[in-house]
Design a protein around this ligand. Structure first.
Ligand code: GDP
Length: 480
């Protein structure tokens, strides 16, 4: 992953000169992004170098279409991830237009983020106009008169930016604001796009299918309850094959591509159809990728409906015609949803044995039923992925709580584990120092994994073990 640069984020209503300032700061002439119908203009990034420091520059004008940008709250919603991750927010205003309510409202919203912000009063072309810039002081933040077109005043703005960023701990911020990257994968028509829309909120415009076009990957950034999520390669989710076979193949390619970048994969299956061979293929890629996995059984509404119909049918047959004549209207049978979930989950787990660590969530992307459970689950899974268990705790557990005698293992080769330590996170890898040269028996490793998972929460993430032979006489922290 590239190192995260501190970012200067340009915000403002339409036509104040955001784009010109962006070009000036980054020293580039951007290729103008055409407004092809259906394609959202993605966030526009660039780099500015100043006094030996490199800043990321983000033009939110590239995120928010002009008509939407007339509503400050809309700018805020659509560009939220950029805004919340800013090291410095620059509110661009038009000094020749004076301070208008839209600017004031934007300033108010920006203030609520707690991120440092300044005003760039643009279109100040003569010293006389500098007095115009003075009215913006009422916003209560530093004001920089600039003429983005000519570059006047931009140096001072950059100096101020560096001043702000000094001591800004990039590492800490990246940690605290870490975006969880998510790939939604699955066969065609299982409801990936619908789920994405549900997760991203209806108000977001997302790339719509344009047959035959290859698009660069487009990600969708979402802030949900103060946390940042990035759904990767969402253009791919929308891309559909012309025939079933093509669509099926495309879904596999897309899944593999998404998996390359994600922390968490959401494997969507169709709850009405159940698990198919195609699902299993994509699931196996998810498993091999080492990503964390959540299995979403979508179209829960249809599954419930089907179960209800089955119950009705069964009841009809049982009661017989005579009985039915008494109640002309056959009663809609209430089905036990809890029981249905339970049975269905058992079936899914059975089919995806190799993904036994993946939590299963039933929901309806279309109706929204149970969909609110997905974000908390993503959080749990993402947290487990980067969990690090302190070595002393691991060794205490191994010594006091794990009965290795219960593990299945060839009798001739009793395994002794001298020492355990977690070597890596994302996914967690545990290093075992043992008396064995040969790889651990599958059953033995499985036993250890189950014990580990029972003790510490690792939902959704694979955990791996690496074995090292502890040489004779070698000391280890837990030598007996
Ligand atoms: P994708 O190919 O995986 O992106 O699938 P889409 O999101 O395009 O969905 C395929 C079809 O299933 C569409 O007609 C959706 O309206 C429908 N669909 C998606 N989710 C649900 C759901 O939860 N319940 C029902 N009844 N239909 C759904």
């Amino acid at each position: 992953m590239p190192e995260k640069l501190p970012s200067l984020v340009i915000v403002g209503r339409p036509n104040v000169g955001k784009s010109t300032l962006f070009n000036r700061l980054t020293g580039t002439r951007r290729v103008i992004v055409t407004d092809e119908p259906g394609i959202t203009r993605d966030r526009i990034y660039g780099k500015a170098e100043w006094q030996g420091r490199v800043l990321e520059v983000v033009d939110t004008g590239g995120i928010v279409p002009d008509d939407k940008a007339l509503i400050p709250a809309e700018i805020f919603r659509q560009a939220r991830v950029a805004i919340e991750n800013a090291a410095l927010l620059v509110l661009v205003v038009d000094s020749s237009a004076g301070l208008i309510p839209l600017d004031q409202e934007l300033a108010r919203l920006l203030r609520t983020t707690g991120r440092p912000f300044v005003v760039a009063a643009n279109k100040v072309d003569s010293p006389l106009q500098e007095t115009n810039a003075a009215t913006f002081h009422s916003l209560g933040v530093p004001v920089f008169p600039i003429a983005a077109e000519h570059g006047t005043g931009v140096d001072d703005l950059l100096d101020a930016a560096l001043e702000q960023i000094k001591g800004h701990d990039v590492e800490a911020q990246a940690e605290e604001k870490k975006v969880i990257e998510i790939a939604i994968i699955g066969r065609p028509n299982v409801g990936k796009s619908t789920l994405l829309n549900r997760m991203a909120g209806e108000e977001r415009s997302i790339v719509s299918p344009i047959p035959g076009t290859t698009m660069d990957s487009v990600d969708t950034d979402v802030v949900h309850q103060g946390r940042s999520y990035r759904f990767v390669d969402t253009a791919g989710i929308r891309r559909k094959g012309k025939t079933n076979l093509v669509a099926e193949k495309l879904s596999v390619v897309m899944a593999r591509r998404g998996l390359e970048r994600a922390d968490v994969a959401i494997l969507v299956i169709d709850g009405e159809q159940g698990v198919t061979q195609g699902d299993a293929t994509i699931a196996s890629y998810a498993e091999q990728s080492g990503r964390s996995v959540i299995i979403v059984v979508n179209k829960w509404d249809l599954a419930v409906e089907a179960a209800r119909r089955a119950a009705d049918e069964a009841a009809k047959t049982a009661k017989g015609k005579a009985k039915r004549a008494e109640n002309a209207k056959p009663a809609q049978h209430e089905i036990d949803k809890g029981q249905l979930l339970f049975e269905y989950e058992k079936m899914v787990k059975e089919k995806f044995k190799f993904l036994s660590y993946a939590p299963v969530l039933f929901l309806s992307a279309k109706t929204g039923e149970r969909a609110q459970k997905l974000y908390p689950l993503i959080d749990r899974v993402a947290a487990a992925r980067v969990r690090k268990i302190p070595t002393p705790e691991l060794n205490r557990w191994l010594k006091e709580e794990v009965d290795l005698g219960r593990a299945s293992n060839p009798k001739a080769r009793p395994v002794r584990i001298y020492y355990i330590t977690q070597a890596k996170i994302a996914p967690p890898v545990f290093l075992l120092f043992t008396n064995q040269k040969k790889p651990l028996h599958f059953g033995f490793e499985r036993f250890l994994e189950n014990q580990l998972r029972a003790k510490w929460e690792f939902p959704g993430t694979p955990v791996r073990f690496i074995q090292r032979l502890k040489k004779r006489g070698e000391k280890s922290a837990s030598s007996e």
